[in-house]
Design a protein around this ligand. Structure first.
Ligand code: GLY
Length: 573
């Protein structure tokens, strides 16, 4: 009996040794042979803000579509299922990294209409008219999303355009079951929908929306049929364009047929920087996010934050002081590069960044009033949504897209079933006067016809050793930049997995107002006391951002991080 037991144990041991030796020799993990490893996937992943839209993206990947095909389908599916931010009436940015390492970015940000002008939101005394850049027909920039998707597909798409639009038509026509979040958001906004869209019952029902209610959007299905059949012209020309212009005329808006026809997304070289051994591929202006992210990473790089630890007193103080200086620069130097010479190189010079951090003291917070935008020699809503996608060819897409506020201007295009953006508020209505996010700006971001308003959207892809490492981005207005920054640090410095890095509590500071916003229970009371004793004003907030990200593990698997703050969903195969 004893003898048999020893034999069996020896046999087990032998098999285990053979198994281990085999994997060590071939240099891979068991999962790489096709076994699925606890939520990690080999062939591709979609992480986005709504379950039905994530499913649409995964279906496209499984049908042989690439990451850009899936992105087009997800963008349109989110328009149906996430009316707070998914859109055809808004705009966004795409950062793309092909499986072979080539990079590009697509700017499909909205533009000021031809009739826009620098003083359009000021009264006769020169004061900003409250809410005019937010909840009126004049709040909308010329939408860029449909042209952006069409252009991305033209350059990189593999499947037929019509097949990528079809899932959105089905979701809109057949309806989908709404989540609790969406029900709450619709109920919260119902009165404003009714006020701004008299006679319409779009997205409004008798009584309250409840989780599980079916939301059907027939007008939107018809709009998508035009887009399916006629591509970009299905939106910028023909019946949908007529409906947009009729809506504008009826509400004294500015967008004309010519504005729509003239809208074109722009390919721009990616903004590339380094943090330690990592290469960071991000969005250039008119995003302020890419430059700010690279400045922030460089500002903290020399300090031992790994040793200090996640959300510890020293880590927070260092990061807040870096953010204070970077957001001050944003207010002066960032704008649409087609209209204003953004001093990208100067802002990213290591010597400049080091000199900015020299004025920081460990003794006390630097008052924001004492920080001005830097000088250098030789001038040169959470209501957005992000999705990260990777396909089995290793192509990676990072897209952030927005209507600006939740449900944009809350004004629908009658008969076309979609919401208009209120992105004009991202311009500086008047130098020094804060916008919806408390951000201030000046000449670089002043309103001009045809100009793109400055954005904080920061879709980003990170490489390590020449290989894809992370795809990351988030909504959150001015907090976008700091959330992306902290998520990257959570993985690289604090050894968090992708899901933990996304779920971890965040904090935010942006020069003005001079305060540190910390997510509820994000930092213990001892640390809060230490911050306050050094002169930091600490404010608590329910939640900051909704990061959706994908990490490529050392074993070659994709591991998703879907933000638990929303309905965000990660699916892979
Ligand atoms: N609308 C928010 C942003 O683009 O930053």
């Amino acid at each position: 009996m004893t003898l048999n037991c020893v034999k069996i144990n020896n046999l087990k041991c032998l098999l285990l040794c053979l198994f281990t030796t085999f994997f060590v020799l071939v240099g891979c993990a068991p999962g790489q042979l096709g076994l699925n490893n606890s939520g990690q996937y080999r062939n591709g992943m979609v992480v986005c803000a709504y379950p039905d839209a994530a499913q649409v993206g995964l279906d496209i990947l499984k049908k042989g579509g690439n990451a850009v095909d899936a992105a087009v389908a997800v963008q349109f599916a989110l328009t149906v299922t996430l009316p707070e931010a998914g859109n055809v009436g808004g705009g966004g940015f795409m950062v793309y990294r092909a499986g072979d390492g080539k990079t590009s970015t697509l700017d499909f940000r909205e533009k000021g209409p031809a009739a826009a002008n620098v003083n359009m939101y000021l009264d006769s005394a020169g004061n900003v008219i409250p809410d005019m850049s937010l909840y009126t027909h004049k709040a909308s920039g010329v939408p860029g999303s449909v042209d952006g998707m069409f252009e991305a597909h033209r350059k990189y798409g593999k499947l037929k355009w019509a097949d990528l639009v079809e899932p959105a038509i089905k979701l809109a026509r057949n309806g989908f079951k709404i989540t609790k979040h969406l029900a709450n958001d619709l109920n919260r906004t119902a009165e404003q929908f009714k006020k701004l869209n008299p006679g319409s019952n779009y997205l409004v029902k008798d009584g309250e929306w409840k989780e599980g209610d079916l939301l059907v959007q027939e007008d939107l299905a018809k709009t998508f049929e035009q887009i399916r059949d006629k591509g970009r012209d299905g939106f910028y020309d023909g019946p949908v364009a007529d409906l947009i212009v009729d809506e504008m005329k009826q509400g004294n808006g500015l967008i004309t047929k010519a504005d729509l026809k003239n809208y074109h997304a722009v390919w721009r070289d990616a903004l590339i920087g380094n943090y330690k051994d990592y290469k960071v591929i991000t969005m250039p202006p008119p995003s302020s996010g890419g430059i700010a992210l690279l400045q922030l990473l460089k500002s903290v790089e020399p300090y031992p934050i790994k040793r200090w630890g996640y959300n510890q007193d020293s880590t927070i103080r260092l990061i807040v002081e870096a953010e204070r200086r970077v957001y001050a620069d944003r207010s002066k130097y960032l704008g649409d590069p087609d209209f204003y010479k953004v001093p990208v190189d100067s802002l990213l010079k290591p010597a400049y960044i080091t000199s900015r951090m020299k004025t920081f003291s460990w003794d006390a917070a630097t008052p924001s009033t004492s920080i001005q935008p830097g000088t250098f020699v030789g001038h040169e809503s959470d209501q957005t949504t992000h999705y990260s996608i990777v396909d089995r060819f290793g192509n990676a897409v990072s897209i952030t897209t927005t209507l600006n506020d939740s449900f944009g201007s809350r004004i629908f295009v009658s008969g076309a079933g979609f919401l208009l953006n209120n992105e004009m508020d991202d311009f500086s209505s008047k130098p020094g006067v804060p916008n919806m996010y408390g951000l201030i700006g000046g000449k670089a971001n002043s309103i001009q016809p045809g100009k793109r308003m400055l954005s904080s959207m920061t879709p980003t892809i990170v490489e390590k050793d020449g290989k894809l490492f992370m795809i990351v981005g988030t909504p959150g207005g001015s907090t976008i930049i700091t959330s992306v920054f902290q998520t990257i640090l959570n993985v690289i410095e604090f050894n968090q997995g992708m899901q933990q890095a996304v779920a971890s509590k965040r904090f935010h500071s942006q020069w003005l107002p001079d305060e540190v916003t910390i997510e509820k229970d994000g930092v213990d009371s001892v640390t809060v006391n230490k911050l306050q004793s050094r002169g930091y004003k600490v404010v608590s907030r329910e939640s900051i951002g909704r990061v959706d990200a994908i990490l490529k593990t050392q074993w070659g698997y994709y591991e998703g991080g879907a933000d638990p703050r929303g309905d965000d969903t990660k699916l892979g195969w």
